[in-house]
Design a protein around this ligand. Sequence first.
Ligand code: GSH
Length: 331
Amino acid sequence: MSDHYQIFGAELSPYSVKVRAYFRYKGIPHDWLPRTDENMAEFQKFAKLPLVPLVVSNHGDAWQDSTPIIEEFETMFPEPSIVPADPALAFLSALIEEYADEWANKYMFHYRWWYDADQVSAAQRLARDARPHAADVEIEAMAQMLRERMVQRLGFVGSHSTTKEQIESSFIRTLKLLEKHLTHRPFLFGGRPALADFGLAAQLYQCWTDPTPRKLFDQKAPNVAAWAEQMQDPSADGEFESWESLETTLMPFLQSEIGGLFLPWSDANAIALEQGKEKMSVTLEGKPFTQTAQKYHARSLGILRERYAGLSGNQLLDTVLAKAGCQQFLV
Ligand SMILES: N[C@@H](CCC(=O)N[C@@H](CS)C(=O)NCC(=O)O)C(=O)O
């Protein structure tokens, strides 16, 4: 019998739907198990951290953390590959995935827990998913409790009154730039999904399910909405493109979102931690952006830098990263 996997996840967890989309694309045999109060004991038997997604094999092996999960399964299930053969494009795909996990998650979380309509919608869906058989009054009470708890966590992603506008304009600009990019191709790197698609579509799909950002999708970004939806269960429709054909519409996104926001933020976060500071602060687009420093992000920036160091001498990559304003943060 071939190996079979269980994915403990949640519909409202971007990292969970990212891993589920990946398993679907690869045709890896799996069951999707929404984590509920009822299977919590089973979840806890395997989970080292109280986080979804958690993947468990029929041999009892367990994996957590979406990026390492995908990297590990990519070695076990190499086809169809989600890594462009050109090492420069493979790096850009990993960079965009990192942006998705660490920065796009800010606008996802911000919209979900900032406005009343979004708080109510998400809290009710979360409560119903966790207790599928509970009575409505129980769901209402749980939703209220979840809403209060999650709103208090806005600060962890750096969302507060002084950063609200920066976070929202990043989302709106992302929609606008991706809308152009995805007009001429089904996926970010061409005719088939790359790691970047799994990471970024997962965050944007969550935004699409929340009432306030959903309106922005409807007004500004039908192609991005279609892509995010399609990425729930993607299939290849062609080959990866070359940088020459991607550049016109991908470069503006790299410049404004990654070179302009994400990497300066990530770099400042790592420096704050090195200096033993609890808070990080950086000037983004002329305004201060402050939040509690994040250890996890500093580790993943370190991994990205090591990977870039391993590609030393790749002229195409150096030129693209320099033009995108990213290179200085990766050395
Ligand atoms: N870096 C992790 C992040 C996972 C994560 O933050 N999961 C959230 C949901 S999106 C979670 O499980 N939060 C606690 C909970 O829902 O109980 C990954 O990529 O898998």
